[in-house]
Design a protein around this ligand. Structure first.
Ligand code: FAD
Length: 429
């Protein structure tokens, strides 16, 4: 069987072939990029009565927002202690509290708007590959419960089988506040809310430059491949797909390829035996895998970072990852294998920055199902003049000397993390 290189999610929710709306030359707000961030901003702005245009260089629904695992993690790469060392106790807590608010906000949005995106608050189990990691999970769960009251719990090896039929881990951390969605259905419905409310959608239109008007005329000229638009405000929502049209942002983001596989249909009974509580899963490793059952309970999906440019080699790595966790799937065929771009700032923290008047909600480090929509919405609040209370707007957004957006150092970094992960797994328990 030939592997399908489109996301599994596109079977039910493929990219949209929209007719472009009538040409627009002027708008209150131009949003560049049509993913969760872009529509997270567009919906509150149009509802506030502004004219809003979303410019998308591909089809709507082609970026990372329809390619992801659908795990509503709202992760931060830095732990509470890492954040405390860098920012002090109060600010460290503010980051985690905002994550909790953002997660709740997505869940309320799905409920209030009647969005059918197979959302289930399943809980996410992160597997520990050695006892040191399990010990650190115990400490983390205590701080998380104290701070956020999320009722995270450590699962010992003897109880792990209730969640996952695997021998890979010596225990894990269960977060009941994290769940799963069908990512493409969520985006499609955000697009349709925006459309119904009158947002202008410009597909197959790339922004080539954004120029601030002079001091006498406020606003911007947004030059696109299909003409220019005069805008009062610009929100750049391009994240991992940022190109040369936004050079300031490109110098500050490291694009990384994340990829996933989906098995062919297997029996629902087998999936139920492997994952009895249908949780979302992750691993406490730098380059750990994330995985889950499909919403219909008939397939397993697994993802990770891409380490090889060769598609066959990278698919084999994911498949080996899957069968190391679940050897019961050794004979199971892989039906879909796809990839997409995520974006990391150098300090590995999401951003809500403003430069020369352009607003940049970005840098979600592979956890954008929560952060992208939330920081898009916060960007909208900035346009509307609301109090900006996001802790992410206070974090400097730095670049590195000579960096222009071509991350030549990625293979070195990946090799380093890969070796570290191997050592951790070798020194089990
Ligand atoms: C394989 C994979 C698995 C993932 N798994 C998870 C997960 O389980 N949980 C989680 O929380 N996150 C996950 N993520 C991350 C998550 O998908 C992203 O963080 C999130 O979708 C980012 O949303 P966005 O709207 O900012 O960007 P995107 O959805 O990527 O949208 C950006 C858009 O900008 C457009 N664009 C770029 N430049 C221009 C231009 N010049 N002009 C016009 N348009 C432009 C692009 O075409 C693109 O459509 C995963 C990502 C991938 C790729």
């Amino acid at each position: 069987m030939k592997t399908n290189l489109n996301p599994y999610w596109w079977l039910e929710a493929p990219p949209l072939e929209l007719e472009p709306t009538t040409p627009v030359t002027q708008a209150d707000v131009v949003i560049i990029g049509g993913g969760y961030t872009g529509f997270g901003a567009a919906i509150p702005l149009i509802r506030a009565g502004l004219t809003v245009v979303v410019v998308e260089k591909g089809l709507f629904g082609e970026g990372a927002s329809t390619r992801n695992g659908g795990i509503t993690s709202g992760n931060l790469r830095l732990s509470l202690s890492g954040l405390t060392n860098r920012f002090g106790v109060d600010k460290a807590r503010a980051f985690l509290t905002e994550g909790s608010d953002a997660r709740e906000d997505l869940y309320s949005f799905i409920q209030d708007e009647n969005i059918e995106c197979d959302f289930k608050l399943t809980g996410r189990l992160t597997g520990a590959v050695n006892t040191a990691s399990l010990e650190s999970m115990k400490r983390e769960s205590e701080s998380l419960n104290l701070l956020l009251g999320v009722e995270a719990q450590v699962v010992n090896k003897s109880d792990l089988k209730d969640y996952l039929d695997s021998d890979k881990y010596c225990g894990g951390l269960l977060r009941p506040d994290i769940g799963g969605i069908h990512p493409a259905k969520l985006l499609h419905q955000m697009i349709s809310i925006a459309q119904v409310n009158g947002v202008h959608l410009l597909p197959m239109t790339a922004v080539e430059s954004v120029t601030k008007q002079n001091s006498r005329i406020p606003g911007f000229i947004v030059k696109t491949t299909k003409g220019s638009i005069t805008a009062g405000h610009v929100i750049a929502a391009t994240n991992g797909y940022t190109d040369k049209g936004l050079p300031w942002l490109r110098r500050r983001l490291i694009p990384i390829v994340s990829e996933m596989i989906a098995t062919a249909e297997i029996s629902e009974n087998l999936v139920k035996n492997l994952m009895p509580k249908s949780n979302m899963f992750g691993e406490a490793l730098e380059l750990g895998f994330y995985y889950r059952a499909s919403p219909d309970g008939k397939r397993i999906l697994l993802g990770g970072r891409r380490l090889s440019k060769n598609t066959t080699v990278s698919r084999q790595r994911l498949q080996e990852g899957l069968t190391t966790i679940l050897p019961q799937l050794k004979e199971t065929l892989i039906e879909n294998h796809w990839c997409g771009f995520v974006a990391f700032p150098f300090d590995q923290l999401p951003k809500l920055s403003v430069n020369e008047g352009v607003i940049y909600p970005t840098g979600f480090c592979g956890s954008g199902t929560i952060w992208a929509r939330w920081l898009g919405k916060k960007a909208a609040m900035m346009v509307l003049g609301d109090l900006n209370d996001s802790v992410f707007s206070s974090v400097p957004f730095r670049t590195m000397p000579f960096y222009t957006g071509e991350p030549w150092f990625i293979p070195l970094a990946m090799s380093y993390y890969s070796i570290r992960d191997k050592l951790i797994q070798k020194n089990k328990p």
